[in-house]
Design a protein around this ligand. Sequence first.
Ligand SMILES: *[C@@H]1O[C@H](CO)[C@@H](O)[C@H](O)[C@H]1NC(C)=O
Length: 520
Amino acid sequence: MEKLKLLLFGVLLSSCLCDGLKILTVFPVPSPSHGILGDNMVKHLLNGGHEVTYITPFKNKNPHPKLHTIDVSANMKLFDPNMLDVKKIMDGDKYMQDNALLFVLMNSIASSTLGNPNVQKMLKDPNTKFDVIIGEFMFSDLYSALPAVLQCPFIWFSTIEAHSMILNQVHGPLNPAYTADYLVARVPPFSFYGRVHELWTLLVGLYHHNFDYHAKEVSDYETLIAPIAREQGKPVPDFNVLKYNASLLLGNTHVAISNAVPLPPCYKHIGGYHIDEEVKPLPEDLQKIMDSAKHGVIYFSMGSNLKSKDLPDELKQGLLKVFGALKQTVIWKFEENLPNTPKNVQIVQWAPQQSILAHKNLVLFVTHGGLLSITEAVHFGVPLIAIPVFADQYLNANRIEKKGFAIKVDLSRTMDQDLKVALHEVLGNKKYAETAKALSIAYHDRPQKPKDALNFWVEHVVRTRGAPHLRSVAVDIPLYQRVYLDLLALILIALVVLLVVIKKILGLLTSKKSVKQKKN
Ligand SMILES: *[C@@H]1O[C@H](CO)[C@@H](O)[C@H](O)[C@H]1NC(C)=O
């Protein structure tokens, strides 16, 4: 009888897998690079035969019979376009590298997403059913509350390198002696001060995550999610239980690009899945320019966040002068045409970045150091100059410089001169291109393409009903036990007791002595 049941269950399961899974993906951050990651993940899941519901702030460009989008474009107004003040950053203001600013912003996005009428409607609909949820982790744990209503396993997706604030939910923080806070951006090995500072930063982060930020999430859970579960007669678990109950953590990383640090079994690298498998042909004019560049091509793009209006005019002219003195052709992605552009500099408003990086004549990529751009550079084996602007870009830049295939240049009003030095170094020293090629080989040499790993692990979670076998045992052990604070306390108490006893004995001895002396 049991066997029959098991067989029946197996048949049912495989038949439901043949039809594909019903997957909810939550990518609510209204920033273009997050949109790229969301769109491509959805594309691969659809190609894997699954039915996908996609919570996104962006208009959907590629309709598909098995794709349903839930519009949270209302999140757009939470992103102040003037928040990123490049001139301020150029003058050394580190206001964007502030954890509190980031948390408040990401928390407002999370509550705005779950409170969005379109999302609430989906949650309240009794016919809504999913096999699994994938939620983007951007410094809010709130999405892990969704299983209270949807009653299915939950998977985190982390867009940046593995860091303690997300690993804490599925395993425990990384060792701060060799893993930097992503905003502090140190590269190991650290100095003594560095290690102490990293420990302090971690403790402060954990404190916020477990107390004040956590309290805000609990109250959002109580107002946005718990009432729906109650209404539908479902149990309402404590948010603290849901927060530590994710089945898997997918990382937009690959160890060839990040640091080799010990990660729990539920962490799976899928970095590079956003890169097209087939390189799209270049537009005719760019193809011609790149084909005929005898001395190679340098591609310069500062991503989607830094706008040309942000750069001071002297700097624009300074950059043109530096580029004009090179023998290489420079393709500069910039939204405005500049006067006095030298012959070897081509300004383009739009550029197919992956196709440019794939061209055999490309010799160098000058970038802001976003993780997507760096992953693409490693994919195509191209050396880099990174000019970080905000968020994890400093960490990325420092790390790839240390790995030996890039140079970091600080964003400043006079960075044209620093860039000149860096250009000559990377172009004149073969080490950079060779390291980039070697890392590219390591990056491609894996058992599974990232998109296949994505589909496999998502299906694995459903096949194994939430993959409890991957759950790190550390999650259920309090931090003080993991780092033996209880033992330390015991030793301290024993020492104190010992000291007291010794003092007492000494006291007795001396008082006896004095009694004896008196007698004499
Ligand atoms: C935790 O996740 C597992 C696997 O998805 C699930 O079976 C269990 O019900 C979840 N626990 C709670 C309290 O939701």
